[in-house]
Every structure is written in C-alpha cells, then in structure tokens.
Design a protein around this ligand. Structure first.
Ligand SMILES: *Cc1c(COP(=O)(O)O)cnc(C)c1O
Length: 360
C-alpha cells in the first residue's frame, strides 16, 4: 500500500496516523467488541467520544463557554438556510458579502427567507480581490452580517476579520477552520462542513453564541433549530456518529502537532512556497491579489490550456491526485489543508517545474 498525495478540495486528505488508528479500532473499539459505527449514540462510550471531541475542538479553536458547539448534519450547504431561519428573529434583512461561488450560494438560499443586502462584492473584479471593508454598505438593522472567509473554489481568502458593530458576525469557515489561530469571540456564529479540514463528510460543526439561541422562526424544522440541537447535545436524533468519532481523532492529531498555531505556520509556509514558485515561473499563473491568496486552496492555470490533460495525466502518474480545478472555473487547484504534508507540496512543485521545462 502506498498513500498518494491527494489535493482534493473536499472530501479531502486525512492524516495517515488518524486513518491507521481508525483501522486499528475498527472491529473492536477499546474492548467493547464493536465498531464505533455500531454503538448506540446514547451509550456511555459514545457520549464519552462525543464530549471529548467537543472539548478538544473548543481547546483548539479557542471557543469559550459563551458559545454552544453543535455537531449537525446536512453539510455547510444546509447552514445556508439554517442560519437565516435561526438568526432573523424579528428582523427582516441580513447583510452578505459576495466574494465568490460559496457566498453566492449562501445569498441565494438566504433570499428564500430574508431580504438580502449584498453589502460588498468583488464580482466586478472577477472575485480576484476582497472588497474594501470601508466601502461596504452594511445596515444597523440587519439581523447579521455573513461572509465567507475562504472561497474554496476561487482561492480567495480574507486576511482580516471584519467589524460588524452591533450586528452578529456569521462566517462560513468550511475550508479554513483550524488552519491558523482565529479570535472566535469576534463571531456570533460560524459553521464548517467537516470534509475539508476536520474529518469525513456528513457532519457540519456549528459554533453559536448562546445569546443568539431561541430566535428561530416558528416554522423552522426541528432538525434545523440550533436551540433544540444545543439542548440535546446535538443528539435530538441519531447524529453522524462515525464522522464525529473520526473528527475527534483528527482533533487529537492536531493537538499533537502543536495546535492551530503550529498549523498556521506550516500552512503559511506550504502555500507560500507554492505561490512563490507559480509567481517565479512564466508557465503558471494565479489571478488573486497577493494579500488575499488562500493558504488552503491554490488555483493556477497553465500558459497553454491545451496542456491541461497532459499535466493532469503526468501528475497522476506521480500519484499527485485531484489537481483539476472546479468544473465552474477550470484550470488547476491544489488544496493544502492541515493534513497535506509539506512533502506533498514539495513533490507538486518538483513536478510542476519539470512539466514546465519539458513543455514550455
Ligand atoms: C465545501 C464548501 C461548502 C459546501 O459544503 P457541503 O458540506 O458540501 O455542503 C460551503 N462553503 C464552503 C466555503 C465550502 O468550502
């Protein structure tokens, strides 16, 4: 068996150590005679797994007791509706910042429930930059301000947390959570689909300030009500137990790596060397304004589009997988989440250099 370097944007590569531990524990978890998949979610064993995962996540992300941490289902996309259903309260409008495809999906879904004010957008700039915060037309009457700190498809990332005086700040952190230190106390609510930087798909982690609970619209489905989820320890119904367990193993792994501060340094270094290489080589290009380039998802194009197929085939031969860009934008994309080792980035750069030399 040999592990490939998997640059997929999600579901994404997981730490080999975590997968090996899950394998070792698969048939008989700690003498219980069963897999975690087969356990009752109400059993002492699973409740212990679940609460330990939450504690480790809180520690890693720096989440205080003022917040509830929820392990919900339906991925990040279900949160596009769950957020307005729960946070509008007696307000009718919400502010959104549009920086790319995931922002747009969140906006479209929110429009089913609220008047959406797009307070800032970099669409006129082809989403190659973040709209200057000074130019945003936010409203003090908005129920919340929503933004997407990292646009996974465009490779565009905020290098600051915006201010939202008097209005809860809401962030879709799906592709950047736990990738570096972040001040969680700035946010009213964050959510993150697990399959990028946390664990397997089927799970979305939500962190919500407790004073924002209890505002859900009356017709909010029970399964989408944050207060119900919080009151039931995310076990109103059967949660995604195996994904929760595996995420817990990833949290332990992250702590052993030195936590988010260590990951931040490593991620900056990984992305930095790939961007430096792209900038220094005429054969490759990345369109994003430098200070807003994503550490997690690095899109790039070849000087000659007709070589895309050859590039991908050669990469696959070297076991550098899933480098094709998102179907909506084309080109290439290398996702460099926490679990992508630095050696994977080095191997990619070596290949890119060789390919450019042969084909340029
Ligand atoms: C992947 C992703 C989503 C969608 O996640 P699902 O769990 O598939 O619904 C939403 N937002 C961002 C920023 C993402 O990267």
């Amino acid at each position: 068996m040999s592990r490939a370097y998997n640059f997929c944007a999600g579901p994404a590569t997981l730490p080999a150590e975590v997968l090996a531990q899950a394998r070792d524990e698969m048939l008989d978890w700690q003498g219980t005679g069963m897999s975690v998949m087969e356990m009752s979610h109400r059993s002492d064993e699973f409740v212990e797994i679940a609460t330990t995962a939450e504690q480790d996540f809180r520690e890693l992300a720096g989440v205080s007791d003022d917040y509830a941490v929820l392990f919900m289902q339906g991925g990040a996309s279900s949160q596009f509706a769950t957020v307005p259903l729960n946070l509008l309260g007696d307000k009718t409008s919400a502010d959104y910042i549009n920086t790319g495809i995931w922002s747009q999906k969140a906006i479209a879904e929110a429009r089913r429930y609220a008047t959406v004010n797009v307070a800032g957008s970099s669409e006129p700039q082809g989403f190659a930059t973040i709209p200057a915060a000074e130019s945003w037309t936010t409203s003090p009457d908005a129920a919340y301000l929503h933004y997407t700190p990292n646009e996974t498809i465009g490779g565009l990332e905020f290098d600051f947390v915006p201010d939202s005086p008097g209005v809860p700040l809401v962030a879709d952190l799906s592709s950047t959570i736990l990738s570096r230190p972040m001040d969680m106390s700035r946010f009213g609510l964050i959510y993150a689909g697990a399959q990028k930087n946390i664990g397997p798909s089927g799970l979305v982690v939500v962190v919500v300030r407790k004073d924002l609970l209890g505002r859900a619209r009356k017709d909010t489905p029970t399964m989408m009500n944050y207060q119900v989820a919080a009151a039931n320890g995310s076990m109103y119904n059967t949660p995604a137990t195996y994904s929760w367990y595996l995420s817990g193993l990833v949290f332990k792994w992250l702590k052993a790596q030195g936590g988010v501060a260590a990951m931040g340094e490593r991620n900056q270094r990984k992305a930095g060397k790939l961007y430096d290489f792209i900038d220094g080589n005429d054969f490759y290009a990345n369109p994003i304004e430098q200070r807003y380039r994503s550490w997690m998802n690095v899109p790039f194009v070849l000087a000659d589009d007709s070589l895309n197929g050859a590039f991908l085939a050669g990469a696959e031969e070297r076991r550098l997988l899933n480098l094709q860009g998102h179907r909506s934008v084309g080109g290439m994309r290398a996702s460099l989440y926490n679990a992508m080792p630095e050696a994977g980035v080095d191997a990619l750069i070596d290949y890119m250099a060789e390919f450019a030399k042969e084909r340029a």
